[in-house]
Design a protein around this ligand. Structure first.
Ligand code: GLC
Length: 493
C-alpha cells in the first residue's frame, strides 16, 4: 500500500500514444492500461497526451470529456511561446490530460518520417508541458514517468534546462524503454532553442546527450532519470550487449544499477474470448466450440473454403523488427499444401507493397489486411491456429500474450519478451508455444513444422492450448513491480 495518512503516491505518465484515444503500436496499449492497474495499487496515476487530430472527438464519444478547458499552458521553444489548452477526460477510469495545440499536434500519423528541428518540436513541447500542468490544477505528482525517446526530454530537462532544472528537487523520474531502435538522434544545434545549457552536450561528461557527434535524446533520459526500465527482463539484458544495445550498450551498462526489466501485461477486459464482442462466437477453456465458429468466420472473411489447412496468423506492425521478410521466405514452401496465412497490420510503403505482392502470388493461401483494423485483429486472434512472431528483437511483445488468451499458439523467436513469456512445448509439459533461436528462414520453418506436427496430435495440442489459455499476464503483477520501483526510489531519496 502506498497510501499513507496524508500521502498518496501520484504519477504522471507522459506519452504520445494512449489506447484507445491514440495508438500506433504496443506503447499505446501500455499507456492505456498500466495507469489503471496502478490505481489498484492505490497509486493516483494519470496520463498527459497530445490531442492529435480526432483525439478530442474520440474522448467525447467514448469517455467523459470536460469541454471546459482546465486552462492554458505555455512553453518557450525556438524563441517563441507555444500555448496549449488543457482538457481533462475520464476514459473508462483513466484520467487523461489532453494538450490541445493544433499547430504542433497536427500529424494523424503521430511519428514523423524524418526527425528535424521542426518535427521534433511536438515531442519536446509534450515533455515540457508536464512541468507546467501542476500550475493549472495543483495536482502535483511525485513521479514523472516518460516513455521512449519522444518524452525522454523530461528528465534531461530537469538536469540541463535553463529554467526547468530549478524543478529538479520536485520530481523523481522514471523512463521506460519500449523500443531502443528509435533513440531520437538529431543535430545538437536544436538544444539552444529548447533552452538547454551547453553542458547537455559536453563531450567532457560521458553522461551528456552527446552521441558520436550528434544529440541522442534517449541517452539523456538513461543518464538523468532516477530509474529506467525495459518491458521485459530479457530485453534488459539484450540491450546491454553490443548487438542489442544499438550503440547505447556502454551507456546502459554504466547505468545498469538503476535498470529494471518489468514485463508488460495485457488488458483482459479487452482481450478475452469469453466476453469479446468483436468475435462471432465467444468461447473459453470450458467450451471451445466457439473457436471453431470464429475459424469459420475468419475463413469466410478471407473468401476461402475450409480445406483443413491450419491458419497461421501475423498481427502486428509490418517492420523489420517483426521479421516480416523472414516470415514470407519461410512460408513460401509451406503455403501451397500445408498452411494458410492471415496477416493484419500496418507498415511503411515498402512492406505494404511486399505483402500485397505476397498476397497476389498466393491468393488461396495468403490474406492481408494492411491497416490497423480492430475487428479484424480480434477475429484473427480468435480464428487462427498458430501465431507467427519471428521478431529480430522484441522488447516485450503483446501479440503472443493476446494469442495465448485466444488459444492460438505462438511460434516465436526466443528473444526479449518472447523468450520470457513463451515456453517451448517440445521441451516442457507446461509448453505454451514453439521457440527458435537463429534468425533464419530455415529455423523459423523448422519451428512451424514442429507446431504443425504437434497440431496433428490432438491430446498434445489441447494441452498446449490449455496451458496457453491458463497463462496469466494481467497487468496486476506488472503494476505491483512498478509500484515497488516507485517505492524504492522514494525511500532511497
Ligand atoms: C514496442 C515494442 C514491443 C512492446 C511494446 C509495448 O512496441 O516493440 O515489444 O510490447 O512497445 O511496450
Amino acid at each position: 500500500m502506498i497510501t499513507y495518512k496524508h500521502f498518496t503516491l501520484k504519477v504522471l505518465h507522459i506519452a504520445p500514444e494512449c489506447s484507445p484515444l491514440a495508438k500506433k503500436g504496443g506503447l499505446g496499449d501500455v499507456i492505456g492500461t498500466l495507469p489503471k492497474a496502478l490505481k489498484k495499487q492505490d497509486i493516483d496515476a494519470r496520463v498527459l497526451l497530445p490531442a492529435w487530430p480526432g483525439v478530442i472527438e474520440k474522448a467525447a464519444k467514448i469517455g467523459k470529456l470536460n469541454k471546459e478547458p482546465l486552462g492554458k499552458i505555455s512553453v518557450a521553444l525556438n524563441w517563441r511561446a507555444y500555448t496549449a489548452s488543457v482538457l481533462e477526460a475520464d476514459i473508462g477510469g483513466l484520467h487523461v490530460y489532453l494538450l490541445d495545440q493544433p499547430e504542433l499536434f497536427s500529424d494523424p500519423n503521430i511519428y514523423p518520417e524524418r526527425l528535424d528541428q521542426e518535427t521534433i518540436l511536438p515531442f519536446v513541447f509534450l515533455s515540457f508541458a508536464s512541468f507546467e500542468l501542476p500550475k493549472l490544477n495543483g495536482w502535483k505528482p511525485q513521479f514523472l514517468h516518460s516513455h521512449d525517446w519522444t518524452t525522454a526530454p523530461v528528465s534531461a530537462a530537469l538536469r540541463w534546462h535553463r529554467y526547468y532544472s530549478s524543478f529538479n528537487e520536485d520530481y523523481d523520474t522514471v523512463f521506460t524503454i519500449h523500443n531502443l531502435a528509435f533513440q531520437g538522434i538529431i543535430n545538437h544545434s536544436v538544444l539552444d532553442g529548447w533552452g538547454f545549457c551547453p553542458d547537455a552536450y559536453s563531450n567532457l561528461d560521458s553522461d551528456s546527450m552527446e552521441f558520436f557527434g550528434q544529440l541522442n535524446v534517449m541517452k539523456g533520459a538513461i543518464t538523468t532519470s532516477e530509474a529506467f526500465t525495459t518491458v521485459s527482463p530479457s530485453y534488459s539484458w539484450d540491450i546491454q550487449t553490443p548487438n542489442g544495445g544499438l550503440g547505447l550498450d556502454g551507456v546502459i551498462v554504466a547505468n545498469r544499477d538503476k535498470l529494471r526489466g518489468i514485463i508488460n501485461g495485457i488488458d483482459y477486459d479487452v482481450w478475452n474470448p469469453e466476453t469479446d464482442c468483436f468475435i462471432p462466437s465467444n468461447y473459453s477453456l470450458k467450451n471451445m466450440s466457439g473457436k471453431e465458429e470464429c475459424r469459420k468466420a475468419l475463413l469466410k472473411e478471407c473468401g476461402w473454403k475450409d480445406d483443413g489447412r491450419p491458419l497461421l496468423i501475423f498481427v502486428g506492425r509490418l517492420t523489420e523488427q517483426k521479421g516480416v521478410d523472414m516470415m514470407t521466405q519461410a512460408l513460401k514452401s509451406l503455403l501451397t499444401k500445408k498452411v494458410r496465412c492471415v496477416i493484419v497490420g500496418s507498415g511503411n510503403d515498402m512492406y505494404t507493397r511486399k505483402i500485397t505482392e505476397f498476397e497476389k502470388e498466393n491468393p488461396d493461401s495468403v490474406h492481408a489486411t494492411l491497416e490497423f483494423n480492430e475487428d479484424m485483429a480480434h477475429l484473427t486472434y480468435a480464428g487462427g491456429d498458430i501465431l507467427l512472431m519471428p521478431s529480430l528483437f522484441e522488447p516485450c511483445g503483446l501479440s503472443q500474450l493476446i494469442a495465448f488468451a485466444y488459444g492460438t499458439i505462438p511460434v516465436a523467436r526466443a528473444t526479449g519478451g518472447l523468450a520470457d513469456t513463451v515456453i517451448d512445448a517440445d521441451g516442457s509439459t507446461d509448453g505454451t508455444g514453439f521457440l527458435f533461436t537463429d534468425y533464419t528462414p530455415s529455423e523459423l520453418k523448422k519451428a512451424i513444422e514442429r507446431a504443425l506436427e504437434a497440431k496433428k496430435d490432438n491430446e498434445k495440442w489441447n494441452s498446449i492450448v490449455k496451458n496457453a489459455m491458463s497463462a496469466d499476464f494481467s497487468w496486476d503483477n506488472s503494476a505491483k513491480a512498478y509500484a515497488e520501483l516507485y517505492r524504492d526510489i522514494l525511500t532511497s531519496d
